[in-house]
Design a protein around this ligand. Structure first.
Ligand code: GLC
Ligand code: CA
Length: 543
């Protein structure tokens, strides 16, 4: 059996601070708003929260552009507010994971201000400066290089031009990052989610990338780069090993082979990686010409099988369907055409992903079955990525209607609408009109309504979380995918010793014959028939 760890047994609830709860009526969520609602997380059964960045930032990319790592963003409150949040969370038995964004800083960080002031200063080499640029494109559009007058050089920015990449080759940069991490560790946080951490080591030859349009693809030279494992081992030695932490790296481009290297405990790097293969499956994006690929369940299941079997006994998986960069899972994979199917499919998806081997993550609102938002025009979007995609789509000759349709399908703003606490004004999120519009369904899909309904998605998630917590087999047991080629059913087993669970999910609206023996321990239908109904999901303890 795998070694027992708290971060394997726990369940993470991800909070996007800007959109969770506004305590002072300015339309922006804040830390005090989170502190005031920690009981909600506790009652859900999650024992770890991951906070998206709440550090000082000019908000070019909603806090992923940090101008001071040891101060709190003005919109979100003060360091006292953070300390109060941490101490209340701990008193409730909830651990707190922060976001670590160290591939880049804001261009307003004092490190960059100094570095960009001349070619000759004590931070001259803290960022990636070149007299000549290569053809790399930035993730948020345009070239990845920006000209700087004072230095007469370009700097690299893998994301927006206000997010210059740090130069990890420089040991002073690494030490400054480690010192900052220890500052938070000494405050008592319980770990880090590491933003695009697999991108910190760049191929120092900076070769041109294969062109996918106007610009070249940098990913072969930036993802899982030459010194990445050396840097993470150093970080582990200097920081991580001193604490009892959860560490999870965002693994853009990490394959199973890479992830084994990142997460094998003997190698002393990270605990787990957010892989993207299941999220990217059939997803339209600029890189593939915005094609909406059809969804095929066997192909989708194959990805899970590969990751479950590939990491088994050595590394450890993350389990997630949503986060602040993704659309809402019930809209993407479920069926929102009627209220009944919406509810059944939201629960079915929960069962499908939650009971595999790995640490489950729930993105705020997912536990209510929040849907994608019916954005009416471009002025309703806030995300820098959406605004750039809009420009690209328009440039490629798409009509407003077509461009809007694609943005609704893919935009990260879908996950960033205010958390619906009730059906009242602004969903109980704020007394002020919020920084981004509410989801159109908040009158029905909100905490207050779902509290009242014993069969709500929320109450189902509570049961599911409790079920996993009680069973070593569901946490540590072996995973076996069954009926691999079935086009409608997602079925797998978890086994430990004599104990066996079978997780059965009908991922379609069709009726399907399926019989099995055993005790139903969780189901989204109130009775059990010898066949499966639309989006029926059940967990069976086999006898
Ligand atoms: C990660 C974050 C995303 C951010 C980007 C740049 O992918 O999850 O929200 O825009 O990194 O920091
Ligand atoms: Ca506020």
């Amino acid at each position: 059996m795998n070694e027992r760890k708290w971060w394997k047994e726990g369940c993470v609830y991800q909070i996007y601070p800007r959109s969770f709860a506004d305590s002072n009526g300015d339309g922006i969520g804040d830390l005090k708003g989170i502190t005031d609602h920690l009981e909600y997380v506790k009652k859900l059964g999650c024992d770890i929260i991951w906070l998206n960045p709440c550090y000082k930032s000019p908000n070019d990319d909603n806090g992923y552009d940090i101008s001071s790592y040891t101060e709190i963003m003005d919109d979100f409150g003060t360091m006292e507010d953070f300390d109060a949040l941490l101490s209340k969370a701990h008193s409730l038995g909830i651990k707190v994971i922060m976001d670590l964004v160290v591939n880049h800083t804001s261009d307003e960080h004092e490190w960059f201000i100094t570095s960009s002031s001349s070619r000759d200063n004590d931070k001259a080499d803290w960022y990636i400066w070149r007299e000549k640029k290569n053809n790399w494109g930035a993730c948020f559009g345009g070239s990845a290089w920006e000209w700087n007058e004072k230095r007469g050089e370009y700097y690299l920015h893998s994301f927006s031009r206000k997010q210059p990449d740090l130069n990890w080759e420089n040991v002073d940069v690494r030490n400054a990052v480690y010192e900052m991490m220890r500052y938070w560790g000494d405050k008592g946080i319980d770990g880090f989610r590491m933003d695009v951490i697999t991108m910190i080591s760049k191929d120092q030859n900076f070769p041109d990338g294969v062109k996918t349009g106007e610009y070249g693809d940098s990913s072969p030279y930036t993802n899982n780069g030459p010194r990445i494992h050396e840097f993470l081992k150093e970080m582990n030695r200097e920081v991580i090993s001193r604490y009892d932490w959860l560490t999870v790296g965002e693994g853009a481009g990490a394959r199973v082979e890479d992830t084994l290297l990142y997460t094998d405990p003997e190698r002393k790097e990270l605990n787990m990686i957010f892989s993207f293969e299941h999220m990217n499956y059939n997803k339209p994006s600029g890189e593939n010409g915005w094609i909406e690929a059809p969804f095929s369940l066997p192909g989708y299941k194959k990805i899970y099988k590969k990751w479950q079997e590939g990491l088994s006994g050595r590394g450890w998986n993350t389990l997630y369907l949503e986060n602040h960069d993704q659309t809402r899972s019930v809209s993407r994979y479920g069926d929102t055409s009627t209220p009944e199917l919406w509810k059944k499919s939201a629960k079915a998806l929960a069962v499908m992903y939650f009971l595999m081997e790995g640490t489950p993550y729930i993105y705020m609102g997912q536990e209510l079955g929040v849907t994608n938002t019916d954005f009416q025009d471009i002025t309703e979007f806030r995300d820098i990525a959406a605004l750039n995609d809009w420009k690209e789509l328009k440039k490629s000759g798409r009509s407003d209607e077509e461009a809007l349709h694609l943005l609704r399908l893919v935009s990260r703003d879908n996950s960033r609408t205010p958390f619906p606490w009730n059906g009242g004004e602004n969903g109980g999120f704020s007394t002020h009109s919020p920084w981004i519009r509410m989801n159109q369904d908040y009158g029905l899909i909100n905490v207050e309504e779902e509290e009242k309904d014993p069969s709500s998605v929320l109450n189902f998630y509570r049961k599911l979380i409790a079920l996993r917590k009680e069973s070593d087999t569901l946490i540590y047991g072996d995973f076996t995918l069954l009926e691999e080629d079935d086009e409608d059913l997602f079925i797998y087993q978890r086994t430990m010793g004599d104990e066996k669970y079978r997780i059965i999910v009908n991922m379609s609206g069709k009726e399907r014959e399926y019989q099995c023996k055993g005790k139903v321990v969780l189901s989204n239908y109130s009775d059990c028939l010898p066949y499966l109904r639309a989006w029926e999901a059940k967990v069976i303890k086999e006898e």
